[in-house]
Write a protein that binds this ligand. Structure first.
Ligand code: F6R
Length: 606
């Protein structure tokens, strides 16, 4: 959940380490630090707080030339987020520095052994033991020492290591945590994700578990832990560098919501023609799709919610069982049934969520058919799943997932429709028509942003919120509540409309507003009764409803109208509205929308 970055080459400047970190800050922002080799020493600067604090410390030195440097932005696991626990960590001599993303599980045991053999520890982190272990094995060759040290580690890591004694060299290794390498002229770059590398090259190597890499001024070399050379082919990444910049928007979240019409266009391009879907990625699975009886969707957070929308969508159309599992639960389930008529779908924006990845590995070990849906080319889940459908949403930097959720929904609708097609079940033409006009409907939704902000102003001071919805819009309500709670810290809870009377309604009073997803669909009357029940408890009510609902104002305090579309697609159409509402509330409350407290975007630890 941390971000690591490193550069090797003749023409680099110190400020590049900080610029690289800024692009990775979404991965963790408790503290930041850099280390670089200069004048025969390793200079380290680290500080609790955001990268901006470090930047300030270094503002007069950003143009200093360096050949080798590493950098880190942290999401604390072991040890408080203070200056001492910030990375990079050094050995006893201060001549070896390490940045690390992951968790070393056997760190207590190793720490004791290192203390017994005379090492002195400064921090409470698991990472520091790596620096001391390398010191223990160092005999003039940092690559060799890292190779020996990492064989002793259990857990997950992506590391970058520099040594004062080998000033033109950076050593990196990966076991379980993401790491990408870019080769540049006369050097190379390492990073936890693609975005900081885009500025240097679009040709990237996706590091595998068990790889150890040396980058020097002449070459980038991959070996396994036993010294065998590994041949790698770089992959071209066509993301634009500017896609990872705010481009004048106040927050990435706002920018990313604004990009949603394009995300939809891209996800649909080439995939629908004359009411037929073409998903080339799974075209070889026609036979499987024909006979499929069970789909198990495994995901976390927002991705879990898109999986839930998929479940409701398919359940309306086909008599097949779709089960959606939270990945951190699924990976520890002892018994579950599957056969060759079962498909396992793993949804992950980042493609790195550890629980989802471990669930995938579990299913693969047992021989299940695996499909990943992800945004990040080269990510671990996409490399390990049998097949992947990419959502092609471009980099998502705001910690709260928005455009990736929309991209996931599009791909999942297409997947559902493909399964229908394979089973000769027809979807109505309006479904396809509305799917194709979705970019335009989203453009219109974005125009309602100011109106949504005006409503948000009336509710930004509340401490609690309840979201309710039914069927496909129950997950919409879940996603609305998640968005609100994670960026505004309002206690937003969510229930299926029918559940209200079974307990949650006891919470409601004039201080507990309700956000109701109430389009004019087949369950409209049921939802309307729910709203009336909440109003009878004096709860204020915001209704998100279709513009053919002429009575909404009679039972709501505020109404946000959406156009009507195929009922199947309502959860998709509601997405920008719930996102904008949460965004405006958080912004009005003066919060850092892109970097909510305690969170990190990529959850690569349990
Ligand atoms: C919420 C959010 C998270 C992620 C979750 C899974 O806005 O972004 O709930 O959806 O951490 O992440 P991925 O999809 O990368 O596996």
């Amino acid at each position: 959940m941390c971000g690591i970055f490193g550069i090797v080459g003749k023409k680099h400047r110190l400020g590049e380490l900080i610029d690289g970190l800024k692009k990775l800050e979404y991965r963790g922002y408790d503290s930041a630090g850099i280390a670089y080799v200069a004048n025969g020493r390793v200079d380290v600067a680290k500080q609790s707080g955001r990268v901006a604090v470090l930047e300030k410390m270094y503002e007069d030195r950003t143009s200093t030339f360096i050949n080798v440097g590493i950098a880190h932005t942290r999401w604390a696991t072991h040890g408080n987020p203070n200056d001492i626990n910030a990375h990079p960590h050094t050995d006893c001599t201060g001549r070896i520095a390490v940045v690390h993303n992951g968790i070393i599980e056997n760190f207590n045991e190793l720490k004791q052994q290192l203390i017994d053999s005379g090492h002195f520890f400064k921090s409470d982190t698991d990472t520091e033991i790596i620096a001391h272990l390398i010191e223990e094995y160092y005999g003039g060759d940092i690559f060799d020492a890292v190779k020996k040290a990492i064989k002793r580690l259990r857990g997950a890591f992506a590391i970058g290591v520099v040594s004062a004694d080998e000033p033109d060299k950076l050593v990196a290794a990966r076991e379980g945590s993401p790491l990408i390498v870019g080769k540049t002229e006369g050097g190379g770059i390492i990073a936890s994700d693609i975005t900081p590398i885009l500025k240097y090259t679009k040709e990237m190597y996706f590091v595998d578990d068990g790889d150890i890499i040396e980058i020097n001024l002449n070459e980038v070399r991959f070996e396994d832990y036993y010294g065998k050379r590994r041949q790698k082919e770089p992959q071209r990444i066509d993301w634009e560098e500017t896609a990872a910049e705010k481009s004048g928007y106040k927050f990435f979240m706002e920018k990313e919501i604004t990009e949603e019409p394009d995300v939809i266009k891209k996800a649909l391009t080439g995939r629908i023609s004359e009411g037929k879907i073409r998903l080339d990625e799974i075209s070889e699975w026609q036979e499987l799709l024909k006979k499929i009886k069970t789909i198990k969707v495994i995901a976390a957070g927002t991705s879990y919610h898109s999986g839930m929308v998929f479940k409701y969508f398919l359940n309306e159309l086909l008599p097949i069982s779709v089960e959606v599992e939270i990945s951190s639960e699924f990976r520890y389930m002892r018994q579950w049934e599957y056969d060759d008529e079962t498909l396992f779908v793993f949804i992950s924006q980042s493609g790195e969520t550890l629980d989802t990845l471990e669930s995938l590995r579990l299913v693969k070990r047992l021989g299940g058919k695996t499909l990943a849906i992800s945004n990040v080319v080269g990510s671990t889940i996409t490399r390990e799943a049998e097949k992947t459908i990419f959502i092609n949403a471009g980099p998502e930097i705001g910690v709260a997932s928005t455009k990736a959720y929309v991209g996931q929904l599009i791909v999942l609708y297409l997947l559902g429709a493909t399964i229908c097609q394979a089973k000769n079940c027809s979807l109505e033409t309006t479904f396809f028509q509305d799917l194709q006009r979705m970019p335009q409907l989203y453009e219109n939704a974005l125009k309602q942003s100011d109106e949504i902000r005006e409503i948000a102003k009336k509710y930004a001071h509340f401490l609690h919120f309840m979201y309710i919805g039914r069927k496909g819009n129950y997950p919409t309500a879940m996603e609305g509540a998640l968005k609100l709670k994670e960026i505004s810290y309002i206690n937003a809870t969510c229930y299926a409309g029918g559940e209200l009377k079974h307990g949650p309604i006891a919470l409601l009073d004039s201080e507990f507003p309700v956000f109701v997803i109430i389009p004019k669909d087949d369950l409209y009357q049921k939802m309307k009764s729910n709203v009336i029940e909440t109003r009878a408890r004096n709860a204020r009510c915001i209704s998100l409803t279709t513009n053919d609902n002429h009575e909404a104002k009679t039972f709501s305090d505020d109404v946000i109208y959406i156009p009507h579309c195929s009922d199947h697609l309502l959860p998709l159409l509601c997405a920008p509205y719930i996102q904008l509402f949460a965004y405006h509330i958080a912004d009005i409350r003066g919060l850092d929308v892109d970097k909510p407290r305690n969170l990190a975007k990529s959850v690569t630890v349990e």
